[in-house]
Design a protein around this ligand. Structure first.
Ligand code: ATP
Ligand code: MG
Length: 332
């Protein structure tokens, strides 16, 4: 979609203007070159006639005047070629730069459109399910088992809605650069444990194992750190087949506190590893993608990690899946 609009409309005109400037510059460079050559030949001829008249017995091509003229001519030729070359190179670099910025802007605009579409869908569908469940509960006398199931499903949908709204609010908070992020001293071991416990009974029955070293403290804030852990675990579950295992590790390594979230899911390809942290970026395209989401999760994770002066990296897990590793400087 991006490429189609990219090659049309304003960009076609841009390419045309570029092609015209290029052709125009090449033509003028050629004219200058040719004129220089004619001028040189004529000057040589003129000088030769005068020289031979004054020194009939000497060879003109061995004279200093001739050599000076040839070297001046060579300098001018060199100047035309290099200056022309530099001009064309700068023109090309400019074009590539504008093309890159333009492409980026178009991609962002397309992602924002997708974001609006997916957010509307993500809000609507759980709301509709919850409404239907509640209407069924009100209208019919159900067996306790059936009503428990309806309530359970509604709670899962509410959890999803809550984390969606949390992500949107949190992203807005980061964008406004609100103070307060990363200003507290918090026990991250407690947060990782609480979040992991919350996901133990997940819908896809993914087994979550963990090695969480107790009483590790960071210069961070509870809201941000919780959001980081939730997003990583949610992704690991969402992008893994049912009944697989994932592993959460919180430990100390040298001067850092390290959080690892490893899954055995679908994995992230090399090129996408650099892109998944971009706002609204989701792997694949809207038509073929099966999972729901807004593409905000990892953007938040990355920004929060940066605020805490930490680092994040993505590696492939073996035999398959992904490992997210986060390193934070330990409190002194
Ligand atoms: P949201 O988290 O906002 O609901 P999302 O999960 O699509 O939506 P991100 O969490 O930012 O957005 O992830 C961006 C993309 O990276 C995802 O769409 C998915 O394609 C890919 N991704 C993220 N985590 C994993 C993972 N653990 N395994 C495989 N792919 C992943
Ligand atoms: Mg996500």
């Amino acid at each position: 979609m991006v490429n189609k609009s990219f090659s049309s409309g304003p960009f076609k005109t841009f390419y045309l203007v570029f092609a015209y400037i290029l052709a125009f510059s090449l033509w003028w460079a050629y004219l200058l070159y040719a004129k220089n050559e004619t001028a040189f030949t004529e000057r040589i001829e003129l000088q030769r006639i005068t020289f031979q008249k004054d020194n009939p017995q000497l060879d003109y091509t061995a004279s200093k005047d001739y050599k000076d003229l040839v070297s001046k001519y060579n300098r001018q030729k060199f100047m035309i070629v290099t200056e022309g070359g530099v001009f064309i190179l700068l023109l090309l670099l400019g074009l590539l730069r504008v093309r890159k910025v333009f492409l980026r802007e178009m991609e962002l605009a397309a992602q924002q459109r997708n974001f609006l579409l997916s957010i509307t869908h993500e809000l609507k569908s759980p709301l509709a399910t919850i409404k239907l469940s509640l209407q069924t509960l009100v209208k019919r006398k159900l067996e306790p088992e059936q009503s428990d199931k309806l309530i359970g499903n509604s709670l899962v949908d509410l959890d999803r809605l809550e984390s969606l709204v949390d992500n949107i609010l949190f992203a807005a908070k980061i964008e406004r650069e609100e103070p307060g992020l990363g200003n507290d001293e918090i026990n991250v071991s407690d947060i990782v444990r609480a979040v992991t416990d919350r996901f133990v009974h997940n819908k896809k029955a993914i087994v979550i194992t963990g090695e969480i070293k107790p009483d590790l403290y960071l210069h961070a804030d509870a809201l941000g750190f919780t959001s980081v852990v939730i997003n990583l675990i949610e992704n690991a579950i969402k992008y893994s087949p049912e009944q697989t295992a994932m592993h959460v590790v919180l430990t100390e390594e040298g001067g850092s506190i390290v959080l690892k979230v490893a899954d055995n899911g679908i994995g992230i390809s090399g090129e996408d590893k650099n892109k998944v942290f971009e706002k609204f970026y989701r792997v694949g395209n809207e038509d073929t993608r099966k999972t729901k989401g807004t593409g905000l999760g990892l953007y938040i994770v990355k920004r929060v990690v940066e605020i805490y002066k930490g680092e994040i990296s993505i590696k492939d897990n073996t035999p398959k899946g992904t490992v997210f590793t986060l390193r934070f400087p330990k409190l002194n």
